[in-house]
Design a protein around this ligand. Structure first.
Ligand code: NAD
Ligand code: FE2
Length: 377
């Protein structure tokens, strides 16, 4: 049993310039980010670093093809720079951070990221990775997993290993400026789900539960303020970033569960963004737990926390109402799902997601998964 997870050093910076000064970036550092973030925050500093742009390697969540093209680009930069690439500085959402994790561990000359999966245990760090999130969801800046869509298998798959931990996570609230509201909302809900699923996980410890609670409190008080006044959001960027990172620490140790397990079939088939596909199943899974195990102690603790934070008599109802104000939930059919998907998704979840299903608060079998899928249609 892992008592203390290995985690990166976590620092907060007033702005990107303060980060750049603190890390004394040089020509051997390789920055990986979007053109938008580069133009707005990095170009004005005229840093000597090499840069790879996200847009040059596909769009959307990372695929093996996009990662392979990036690996070739990294090797090209490595060959060009005197002394080779030193550190990799990844600045972006979970997609950018997850791609950068592969760049940090793949041996030079790796042609296909799929080659790394069979022997994940032997992955070693080739470059120090410094991760700066620009969304407030995945917690990827403090986890040892990179989630890549593997084309031949037609599914997302986590590449996991301690070498994938970033060495530093840098929290810079101004990097969230310009984040579209919908991406903010979905990513913050993803972080909330990390916190809730890790809180209910059988692997949770006092240590991880304290982090889960801290993240839930931070995200929900932030949501309540945003629901009242959306203009308050920029002043809350730091709170949301910190909460997402703390949720990452919690689920990095205690794991996520059925909400994430269920999300993959929908997300994979209809390319629903990760936060939205998880949101689809979050409330139905909580309701399922409550129906099956109303006297469950940990579930009651979660409800009590929700009552306290949301000043409500019914914690789950208040949570549903607040989330609806932050991001109205669409039925699965709005993403293109049809009736036949319910059974196929339930089957795929049971067949492919046992690792996550093992962290369920109440076991979820095919019938239970099917009922949830049908409810979501
Ligand atoms: N490694 C982990 O621990 C972990 C955990 C959960 C999810 N994930 C993965 O992370 C990915 C999702 O990451 P995400 O939710 O952060 O979204 P994302 O990285 O896919 O970004 C979503 C969109 O927002 C844009 N964007 C990001 N930051 C912006 C900013 N500050 N301003 C303007 N636009 C911005 C991106 O360019 C993109 O178009 C998925 O692939 C998911 O599987 C990884
Ligand atoms: Fe997630």
């Amino acid at each position: 049993m892992k008592l203390l997870p290995i985690v990166p050093a976590i620092d907060e910076f007033a702005d990107f310039a303060a980060f750049a000064r603190s890390f004394a970036l040089t020509e051997r550092d390789l920055i990986f980010t979007s053109g938008r973030t580069y133009r707005r925050f990095i170009a004005p500093l005229q840093l000597p670093c090499a840069v790879l742009f996200r847009e040059d390697y596909g769009s959307g969540e990372p695929t093996d093809g996009a990662v392979n093209a990036m690996l070739a680009a990294r090797d090209g930069v490595h060959a060009r720079i005197p002394g080779g690439v030193g550190r990799i500085i990844a600045i972006g959402g979970g997609s950018v951070l997850d791609m950068a994790k592969v760049l940090a561990v793949a041996p030079h000359g790796t042609a296909d990221v799929n080659e790394l999966y069979p022997d994940m245990a032997s992955l070693a760090r080739r470059h120090e990775l410094i991760a700066l999130p620009t969304t407030c969801g995945t917690g990827s800046e403090v986890t040892n997993i990179s989630v890549i869509f593997r084309t031949a298998l037609n599914t997302k798959h986590g590449l996991v290993g301690d070498a994938l931990y970033p060495v530093h996570a840098g929290l810079v609230p101004e990097l969230m400026d310009g984040l579209p509201y919908g991406v903010f909302a979905a990513s913050a809900i993803d972080a909330l789900i990390h916190a809730a699923e890790s809180f209910l996980s059988p692997l949770a410890t006092q240590e991880t539960m304290a982090r889960s609670c801290e993240a839930i409190r931070g995200i929900l008080t932030g949501f309540a303020a945003v629901a009242e006044n959306r203009d308050a959001l920029p002043s809350l960027h730091g709170q949301f970033l910190r909460s997402a990172t703390v949720a990452g620490l919690a689920f990095g140790a205690a794991g996520c569960g059925p909400v994430h397990a269920l999300s993959f079939a929908l997300g994979g088939k209809y390319h629903v963004p990760h936060g939205e596909s998880c949101y689809q199943y979050f409330l139905p899974v909580l309701r399922y737990y409550k129906a099956r195990r109303p006297d469950g102690e940990r579930l009651q603790e979660l409800e009590a926390l929700l009552r306290d934070v949301l000043h409500a008599e019914d914690g789950f109802a208040a949570l549903a109402a607040l989330l609806e104000r932050i991001l109205p939930r669409k039925p699965m059919s709005a993403y293109g799902a049809v009736e036949a998907d319910a059974a196929a998704f339930a089957r795929s979840t049971i067949d492919n997601q046992q690792r996550l299903l093992a962290r369920a608060y109440v076991p979820l079998d095919y019938e239970a998964a099917l009922a949830i899928e049908e409810e979501c249609l």
